[in-house]
Design a protein around this ligand. Structure first.
Ligand code: NAD
Length: 428
């Protein structure tokens, strides 16, 4: 049995602690693998943790202090890779969990990366454009001892945008004295970003959704109702791609609530409405629903694409979807996993379903290092190839060990990292 390193790593979160979820999943997966116990112990620890408190001068002239984190969970497979989150829910445990999931995600899709994550406790919408630039640049500057194109490469996550990645790239480049596009991924295309990166995660969610449906003989998109929680980068691009592929997206939501139309929403019109008004509230031709109601609406596919801890033991029994495809990281608790598995719902886990983002981030990094850029068609072709290969690898583990898809995806990934660790050995 894996003992969670609680005595040394204090867990800090109020309700559902994502790091406890990550450790519980890790325990489930490693219990089924015949791994050296030293390796199991080593891999559950975040390798490095960085906390920084830094000032930002508000437009009023007042200086306010902010707290940021960067956690490197693992560098066994290569430089660490992972997004930066700006949110008022950020905690060290959340960043630890997200960093650990990045390690498994990168290994599952066979990228030469370890896992990392960063976060700043801030509501980016509460700051002016000038203040958010100052905050992003100061945080980037504080990260300089930890990041480089060969050690740790950040990317966007909740609350962060391509523009913020551009400021991180510029801050790093100004510090070293020359342009370093490969320091960060998810940048705008005109400074070394990749074609297809903005839509990659949402598109990948739909690629894995279609694969799951296909494997269960559900081949008529017009008969498949899709519900999506979260209408940010992942949710809105998943909705757009699902809509383009002929699926009926019946409900979407943001932090303020959702909209539902049993006959299907016109997603291009919903996206234009959000671009104009800043949110979904008041969208015509749909009924308002709360986020709690949205998760249990009648549908074939549910895509949680907002944040962790949304599907719990309190609502898992009421979910009507037959397929759950996790756009968000860690949206389902281990208790809810048990209920979902018992109910025979197919759950495509986060580290597989939302890996499209890091796959195209990898393409971006490779293109930046080579200063040679690919077209969108090539990006999407390679993205799909890699995701389907990871899906196949996961299903082989499902069959070999008779486990659910989350446990199988984690086992596949953990085994790869464990094998690499054994080959490298324990330093010194
Ligand atoms: P985002 O900030 O672009 O969008 C988040 C969306 O979720 C917004 O619509 C927001 O209003 C909504 N939201 C926030 N809190 C909510 C709540 N409590 N209930 C309902 N909705 C809520 O973020 P994103 O980049 O789309 O990330 C969403 C999820 O996907 C996160 O879990 C993130 O870690 C994961 N993810 C993102 C990427 C990426 O490339 N951006 C890649 C892999 C995984």
């Amino acid at each position: 049995m894996v003992v969670a390193p609680k005595s040394h790593i204090p867990l800090v979160h109020d309700l559902i602690n994502p790091f406890e979820t990550a450790l519980a999943q890790y325990e489930r997966a490693t219990n089924r693998l015949q791994l050296d116990e030293n390796v199991v112990e080593y891999m559950k620890w975040p390798h490095r943790e960085f906390t920084v408190n830094f000032p930002v001068k508000r437009d009023t002239g007042k200086v306010e202090m902010f707290t940021g984190y960067r956690v490197h969970h693992s560098t066994v497979m290569g430089p660490s890779k992972g997004g930066i989150r700006f949110s008022t829910n950020v905690t060290l445990d959340e960043v630890r969990a997200l960093a650990m999931w990045m390690t498994w995600k990168c290994a599952l899709v066979n990228l030469p990366y370890g896992g990392a994550k960063g976060g700043v406790l801030v509501d980016p919408k509460a700051l002016s454009a000038h203040e958010i630039e100052a905050l992003t640049r100061r945080y980037a500057s504080e990260l300089i001892p930890l990041i480089s194109p060969h050690s740790d490469i950040p990317a966007p996550d909740m609350g962060t945008t391509p523009q913020m990645m551009a400021w991180i790239m510029d801050t790093y480049s100004m510090t070293v004295g020359y342009a370093v596009p490969a320091i960060v991924t998810g940048k705008p295309i005109n400074i070394g970003g990749s074609q297809g990166r903005t839509e990659a995660t949402g598109r990948g969610v739909v690629v894995t959704m279609m694969e799951a449906l296909k494997r269960h003989g559900r081949n008529t998109p017009g008969d498949i109702r899709v519900v999506i929680q979260g209408f940010g980068n992942v949710g809105s691009h998943a909705a757009a791609h699902a809509h383009d592929m002929g699926y009926k997206v019946v409900a979407v939501s943001d932090v303020y609530g959702g909209i539902y139309n049993a006959n299907g929403l016109n997603i291009p019109s919903v996206r234009s409405y959000v671009a104009e008004t800043g949110g979904l509230t008041g969208y015509p031709n749909a009924e308002p629903v709360s986020n709690d109601e949205l998760l249990v609406l009648p549908c074939e596919v549910l895509i949680p694409a907002a944040m962790e801890g949304q599907i719990t033991e309190h609502n898992a029994g009421d979910i009507q979807a037959q397929f759950i495809v996790e756009g968000a990281n860690g949206p389902t608790t281990p208790e809810a996993d048990d209920i979902i598995n018992d109910r025979g719902i197919v759950l495509v886990p986060d580290i597989l379903a939302n890996a499209g983002g890091v796959v195209v981030s990898y393409f971006e990094w490779v293109q930046d290092l080579q200063a040679f850029f690919w077209d969108e068609e090539e990006i999407f072709r390679q993205l799909e190839r890699i995701l389907i290969k990871a899906y196949d690898a996961t299903m082989r583990t499902v069959e070999e060990y008779n486990v659910d898809m989350r446990t199988a995806a984690q086992m596949t990934a953990i085994k790869r990292v464990a094998d690499a660790l054994m080959t490298r050995g324990f330093y010194p």
